[in-house]
Every structure is written in structure tokens, then in C-alpha cells.
Ligand binder design. Structure first.
Ligand code: AMP
Ligand code: MG
Length: 334
């Protein structure tokens, strides 16, 4: 399949993208979190094509994107918790899990009787929702298991020839995926952390909680969010995360790696100094979120064998980054 690439300021192109979605095709588009691979979320064949293009396991459900609470009510039972979350944080980087209505095919929900709904703030995403008239199912636009894409170049790397169109909207603002919140219980539960954090949610619901992040395939681990059990965000290089006072541990590891003739990269605080082959530095947790996935891909391209990461600060956004970073490292945390 030939993939057409357009820029997000091309309004005729955006209308054409809307037509592609209407006709059951696949369009990659930027959002405020990461790039998504979009298709008509009520069209079973289009949905299946998303899974094929990404190589995504079919029990890993998709998020449906729309532009109003009224429209969300057509695909899910929006209870008072879900409504309050939407009213407070949407449009924005938050996804609400509710009981699904019959109109939503099980192919979109990985067979679950719930559906994940998001109202994005990205202008391009909103234009595409508008022009297509669809509920756009859109998981991250990477090959399953790879770091999520935060630029059109990442998408081209993974999905060129596998989708009808890619809309280039520059760098994603936030850099990690939306916060997923289950609202089907008595109190809301964060299934996947993101820019909207537990303290943010607890301002509305003091009894809100977050699922602990746990290693995939840990015995007895049954995440409520099926996607959390799969290998995720992994570059080709080995990733190691260093918690606490990392400096001496990283320096020792660097020596070993370099003695073995391997190339080492570090992803660390702006104030840290290491003699690595490659380095990318971050200022704070939000900066780290923006840089994380693109840095992992960059280090791969440069030929790093090992990527040593200083863990983020212990603030709320740091927790969200930690969730992705631990997965990237396959839980090699030292
Ligand atoms: P992605 O689309 O790649 O950002 O991944 C979507 C995330 O939302 C995955 O972790 C899914 O498991 C989660 N998700 C989607 N739908 C549901 C649902 N109905 N219940 C729980 N988690 C969901
Ligand atoms: Mg994903």
C-alpha cells in the first residue's frame, strides 16, 4: 500500500483524511499525547486492519476518540464519575473506561463489555474527528512493543506502507500516552498513569486509587487494562533504570560496558555528568516524558548497545514516566 504523507496545516488534506476514515481506511494523526493510528471505531473490518498494521494482540482494546460528552454517551454509559472526569479534564489527555453500548463492536474492546473513550484537545485530531464523522479508534502508531511515536518520522519508520495516510503535526506535546481511568467501580481507578495524575484525580475523588505497576507476566498479575500485560516500549538496545543515588552505579556500569567494547548511552538529569558515548539530558519529569520515546529511538539509531537511565524525580508526573521507563527496561531496575 502506498502511504501518503501530509502536513497538519493542509486543510484539503485533512478533509481527504476524514474521507479515508469514513471509507474504512487507516490514517495516522498527531494528538497531544503521542501519534495514533486511526480508523472508524464502529467498523469491524477497519478495526481489524489496525491490529494487523501494528501487529497488536487482539485482546488489547482500543481507545475511541470523539469530541463531546453527548457523543460519548452514544457509545458508552457515562455515569456520574465518568462525566465529572470528562468535564474536568477534557478535551485533554485522559481516557475514561465505561460500560459499552451495543453499537461498539467487541473487536474494538478486545472482547470486553467496557469501552475506553477519549476527547482529545489536539486541533488536528479534532479536525479528523469532525471531517470523518467517526468515533476514531486510535492506538499508538507504533509496531506493537516498540516505543510509542512522538514524531511523524517515528511513524514512517514503523508504519510506512501499512497505512493509507500519515499526518505530520510535528513533535507531540506531552510525549506519553493518555491517563486511562476505570470508572465502572465505586471509586475511579487509574489503570495507566499519564499527564493527569492521581493527585489531580483525587482533588475530585479523594478515594481514587491507581493500579500498581507490575512486571508483565508476573504470576497472579491480572491487570484490568489488558494492554498493560504486554512487553512495551522496548528499543533494540538493553535499557537499565537506576533509582536513588544513581551516579556511582551508572559510572561503574559505564566502565564495564566500555571495557567490553560496547557503546553506552545515558538518559539523565541536566546536572549529571557521565563519559558515555551518547547522552540526552532532561530538566524535569515533564521534559523527560516529552523526550523518553524519541530518545530510545535515537539511541538505537546511533548504535547504542546499552541505555542507562536515571529514574525520574518522585513527583506525580515522574510516576507516570516511571511506568513507561520500567517497561522499556523489562524491569531491570538497580
Ligand atoms: P494505546 O491505544 O496503545 O494507547 O493503548 C490503550 C490502552 O488502554 C491499553 O493499555 C488498553 O489496555 C487500555 N484500554 C483500552 N480499552 C480498555 C478497556 N475497555 N478497559 C481497560 N483498559 C482499556
Ligand atoms: Mg500503545
Amino acid at each position: 500500500m502506498e502511504t501518503k504523507v501530509i502536513f497538519s496545516n493542509d486543510s484539503a488534506g485533512l478533509k481527504a483524511a476524514g474521507e479515508i476514515i469514513k471509507n474504512g481506511g487507516l490514517v495516522v494523526f498527531p494528538t497531544e499525547t503521542v501519534y495514533g493510528i486511526g480508523a472508524d471505531g464502529l467498523n469491524e473490518i477497519a478495526i481489524k486492519n489496525i491490529y494487523i498494521a501494528k501487529g497488536r494482540p487482539s485482546d488489547n482494546p482500543l481507545i475511541l476518540h470523539t469530541n463531546s460528552i453527548e457523543k460519548a454517551e452514544k457509545i458508552g454509559y457515562i455515569n456520574s464519575i465518568a462525566k465529572k472526569i470528562f468535564e474536568t479534564f477534557s478535551p485533554g489527555p485522559v481516557t475514561v473506561v465505561v460500560k459499552k453500548k451495543d453499537i461498539v463492536p467487541l473487536a474494538a474492546t478486545g472482547g470486553l463489555d467496557t469501552v475506553a473513550i477519549r476527547i482529545p484537545s489536539s486541533e488536528t485530531a479534532r479536525a479528523l474527528i469532525e471531517y470523518s464523522g467517526a468515533y476514531i479508534a486510535a492506538p499508538s502508531a507504533n509496531i506493537s512493543g516498540r516505543p510509542s511515536p512522538t514524531t511523524a518520522a517515528h511513524v514512517i519508520e514503523d508504519l510506512s506502507g501499512r497505512v493509507d495516510m500519515i499526518i505530520d503535526g510535528g513533535d507531540a506535546d506531552i510525549g506519553i500516552e493518555s491517563t486511562v481511568i476505570d470508572t465502572t467501580g465505586e471509586n475511579p481507578v487509574i489503570l495507566r498513569p499519564g499527564k493527569i495524575t492521581l493527585p489531580d484525580l483525587q482533588k475530585l475523588f479523594p478515594d481514587a486509587t491507581a493500579e500498581k505497576h507490575m512486571k508483565e507476566n508476573t504470576e497472579g498479575y491480572k491487570p484490568k487494562s489488558p494492554g498493560m500485560k504486554y512487553k512495551h516500549y522496548a528499543p533494540k538496545a538493553k535499557v537499565i533504570v537506576f533509582e536513588g543515588d544513581a551516579e556511582l552505579k551508572i559510572k561503574a556500569e559505564l566502565e564495564t560496558i566500555q571495557k567490553n567494547g560496547k557503546k553506552a548511552a545515558v538518559f539523565c538529569r541536566a546536572s549529571s555528568k557521565y563519559s558515555a558515548d551518547f547522552a540526552v539530558k532532561w530538566q524535569d519529569s515533564a521534559d523527560m516524558a516529552r523526550l523518553l520515546f524519541s530518545t530510545l529511538r535515537e539511541f538505537d539509531k546511533m548504535g547504542a548497545d546499552v541505555i542507562l537511565c536515571e529514574a525520574p524525580d518522585n513527583d506525580a508526573m515522574g510516576e507516570s514516566v516511571r511506568n513507561r521507563l520500567y517497561k522499556s527496561a523489562g524491569y531491570d531496575i538497580r
